[in-house]
Design a binder for this molecule. Structure first.
Ligand SMILES: NC(=O)c1ccc[n+]([C@@H]2O[C@H](COP(=O)([O-])OP(=O)(O)OC[C@H]3O[C@@H](n4cnc5c(N)ncnc54)[C@H](OP(=O)(O)O)[C@@H]3O)[C@@H](O)[C@H]2O)c1
Length: 338
């Protein structure tokens, strides 16, 4: 850190400079049980003081609630924050509890207006396609996103959970600044094809769930018994039943490395993701999610942790041993379509 702030890095070839770690804001409104809104607001402010400038949300996080929650913070610091939001997970009119994937032009046009209004901004700094609708050619979707750039509604484009082939096709239509996909000690499927494609195309990797949705910190070991009823991790194959017990045992080397550096297991998990920059030769900006001031301090401090070759070797076997997929339906992820 310089002046107590984390270093900065550019998103894509001509995207904005952002702190090398961003903040995932989803849990502040959605998915991970009850939130203390005052603590979450204090977390946003503390993150900015520490040099975190990329704030990640989506229209789907609480059906717009997360964007609304962030709006006053974004307004108060408009020139200092890079606000990223996403479209594609639509609510079908007949069932507000379900989500369907939509990448078509009328939907994107409606979604961007709604996000601009909820975020209370004139322009979205980074606009992602959240999930891929395979019924719409990606060139068509990115073509509409590029029109939004030309119209001044959006500054930069991103994609989430696309395959290497899809990323190449998209980049041929318009520069893609960021690719947001799951990447952690537990989830490494993107390393085979997606990461090399991003490096080749000059696209920055923005790993989501770098803490394995919290599991890599050791703060819970079985979602069914340790987390509240509304928490969606209770539906995830890795965190329940026999898989959870087997996966909790995989944290042993993470704890060993953490002890040797005098840091927490979560900091080791974050340092590992950050160090993929050197391993794969491309910029990496993880976006761990937290709603707590003490944790944003802990997480940003992980940017100073340097893992040794010996540490990396100890951590290397973990991902191949993880029990259970990262989603109940893997078509939701790029690996399910490769
Ligand atoms: N593109 C996509 O499809 C996609 C999918 C999922 C998520 N995302 C984005 O990525 C962001 C991060 O992913 P994520 O939230 O799923 O997973 P994550 O960052 O791997 O983990 C977040 C969980 O870890 C806990 N946590 C954070 N720091 C901690 C620490 N130092 N010690 C102990 N526990 C800690 C958080 O709890 P507290 O909040 O209580 O601290 C939360 O439950 C999201 O906020 C969202 O913006 C994108």
């Amino acid at each position: 850190m310089t002046n107590g702030k984390i270093p900065a890095v550019r998103l894509g070839d001509d995207g904005p400079e952002v702190g090398v770690q961003g903040l995932g804001c989803m849990g502040m409104s959605f998915g991970y049980g009850p939130t203390d809104a005052d603590e979450a607001r204090a977390t946003l402010e503390r993150a900015l003081e520490l040099g975190v400038t990329l704030y990640d949300t989506a229209d789907a996080y609480g059906a717009g609630e997360n964007e609304r929650f962030l709006a006053p913070f974004v307004k108060a610091h408009r020139d200092d924050v890079v606000i990223a939001t996403k479209f594609a997970l639509a609510i079908p009119p007949d069932d507000p509890t379900r989500r369907i994937i939509r990448n078509d032009a009328p939907y994107i046009r409606q979604a961007v207006e709604a996000s601009l209004e909820r975020l209370d901004v004139d322009v979205i700094d980074l606009y992602y396609m959240h999930r891929r609708d395979v019924n719409v050619p990606i060139e068509e979707t990115v073509g509409v996103m590029a029109e939004l750039v030309r119209e001044g509604k959006v500054k930069h484009l991103g994609l989430s959970e696309v395959t290497a082939t899809e990323l190449r096709a998209a980049q041929a239509v318009h520069p893609i600044a960021a690719l947001q996909s799951e990447w952690s000690l537990f989830s490494r499927d993107i390393e085979a094809r997606v990461v090399p494609a991003a490096r080749e195309l000059g696209v920055t990797l923005v790993p989501y769930s770098p803490l394995g949705r919290g599991f890599l910190t050791g703060s819970f070991s079985n979602a069914e018994t340790d987390l509240t009823s509304g928490d969606f991790r209770r539906q995830q194959p890795r965190f329940t039943g026999e898989n959870a017990a087997a996966n909790a045992a995989l944290l042993e080397p993470v704890r060993t490395v953490a002890e040797s550096h005098g840091v927490s297991p979560g900091q080791v998990a974050l340092a590992w993701v950050q160090q993929q920059t050197a391993v794969h030769g491309l910029p990496v900006v993880p976006i761990p999610g937290t709603r707590k001031v003490s944790r944003i301090e802990e997480n940003t401090a992980a940017t100073k942790v340097e893992l040794t070759e010996k540490d990396l070797a100890l951590l290397e076997p973990i991902a191949a041993q993880v029990a259970g997929d990262r989603y109940p339906d893997m078509r939701f992820a790029s690996a399910g379509r490769e």
